[in-house]
Ligand binder design. Structure first.
Ligand SMILES: C[S@@+](CC[C@H](N)C(=O)[O-])C[C@H]1O[C@@H](n2cnc3c(N)ncnc32)[C@H](O)[C@@H]1O
Ligand SMILES: [Zn+2]
Length: 385
């Protein structure tokens, strides 16, 4: 008789789906915060699939479970283990993991098999295999994915139970017990901070702090993003303003924290003023249909795709700062552009910036059609091609 694994017969899908959905809202301590990866699978699903692929379905063992009732009862017991196993809070619960591991050993001749994931991506599958006691081997074509897997699966076990090596921890915390990855985490924190300081010393002057207006409490804040718009001369000869190619003027839709940026005509230019509250409908989306079709906020003229592309090929696309995003404690604040912040982008390009021609297949690479034929044209300081 061929052996059927639990996954081939039945799974408590509702409970697994519920755990997967919940996991999406968990940020603290979740590997997804280590590095962004596309198509990252929920850990709960990976954990459930690995486990249910290694545990036999009770119908495969009539010698142990001779009747349908006995098989059903045993399947329910296995479901009970699985339902606990997929809960995020149980990720490091040793009792739950022990029960799950015992079932794996029972059906694999008392040994944990090795799992190979040739397309490991964000590492959900090898990480969960390791959690279940298996030896995990991860592989991927993409070096970023390889790095994520190294950081998550290969390096922590190598330093498990070891004390940190940084001088501060050595001096201060001699009698601490360093179980699991605690020592490594302490070093990552220490040397991460050290690297941040060194980077700040080298390039911090390029990122000036922003002055907060009195209505925002005054003082200074760190800028976390600058929102720029590309601009072209409005095709309407009677207008001719330098119009922003912005698809929307909404800055934040977060309830109670709504903000938007108002384009205000100012001679042959457009000025931007950040407003708090909900964005009026007319400014919500200015992008009319296809990619390079925009509406002039001064005269209402619609640009044609070919017009913007021709301007780009003639190197007549400009750029203008629309808004500044700053960090205040744990909240974001949106501020109107200032001369000082806009000028912060006027720096000489570094000597060794990456420069290479961009492929010109318009199905995948649109910038060349707008005259941006080199990768470096995508970056502010070397944008003026
Ligand atoms: C859907 S993702 C895997 C997601 C992963 N299970 C997770 O949870 O994050 C597919 C992965 O396969 C990798 N890949 C595609 N073709 C490959 C190849 N020929 N050899 C190795 N890896 C490949 C991609 O780089 C990508 O990371
Ligand atoms: Zn116009």
């Amino acid at each position: 008789m061929s052996i059927k694994k639990l996954i081939e017969v039945a799974l408590p899908l509702d409970k697994i789906n519920e755990a997967c959905a919940r996991e999406k809202s968990i940020r603290h301590g979740h590997p997804s915060t280590l590095h962004l990866w596309w198509a990252r699978r929920p850990l709960a699903a990976a954990r459930a699939v690995i486990w249910a692929s290694l545990v036999d379905d009770p119908s495969s063992h009539p010698e142990l479970f001779p009747t349908e009732e006995a098989q059903h009862a045993e399947r329910e017991r296995l479901f009970g283990i699985l339902e606990k196993l997929v809960v995020w809070e149980n990720s490091n619960n040793q009792d739950v993991l022990k029960a799950a591991k015992e079932e794996i050993l029972k059906y694999n001749h008392g040994e944990f098999p090795t799992l190979l994931d040739p397309f490991a991506g964000g590492g959900a599958i090898p990480l969960e295999a390791q959690r279940l006691g298996l030896k995990a081997i991860a592989h991927d074509l993409n070096p970023v994915a390889v790095m994520i897997n190294k950081a998550m699966i290969e390096i922590p076990p190598r330093f498990a139970g070891k004390a940190p090596v940084n001088p501060e921890a050595r001096a201060a915390l001699l009698d601490t017990e360093w179980s699991g990855a605690k020592g490594l985490a302490e070093d990552v924190r220490y040397y991460g901070e050290w690297m941040k300081q060194k980077a700040y010393e080298k390039i911090g002057y390029l990122y000036p702090k922003v002055q907060l207006p009195p209505e925002e409490g005054g003082g200074e804040a760190t800028v976390i993003a600058w929102i720029w718009a590309r601009t072209v001369k409005c095709p309407n000869p009677a207008c001719g303003c330098e119009m922003p190619l912005a698809s929307s003027f909404v800055l934040s839709k977060k309830k109670g924290k709504e903000a938007w940026v108002e384009p205000i005509p100012d001679g042959d230019k457009v000025k931007f003023k950040v407003r708090q509250g909900k964005c009026p409908k007319e400014f919500e989306s200015y992008n009319v249909g296809r990619a390079a079709v925009f509406k002039c906020p001064v005269c209402g003229e619609i640009t044609k795709d070919e017009y913007v592309k021709a301007k780009g090929m003639a190197h007549e696309i400009g750029n203008q700062l629309m808004a500044i995003v700053a960090q205040r404690k744990h909240e974001r604040i949106y501020l109107s552009p200032t001369e000082q912040q806009a000028c912060a982008a006027n720096i000489n390009p570094p000597e060794d910036y990456p420069s290479a021609p961009m492929p010109d297949n318009p199905r995948w690479f649109s910038p060349p059609a707008f005259g941006m034929t080199d990768y470096c044209n995508l970056f502010t300081a070397v944008y003026s091609f």
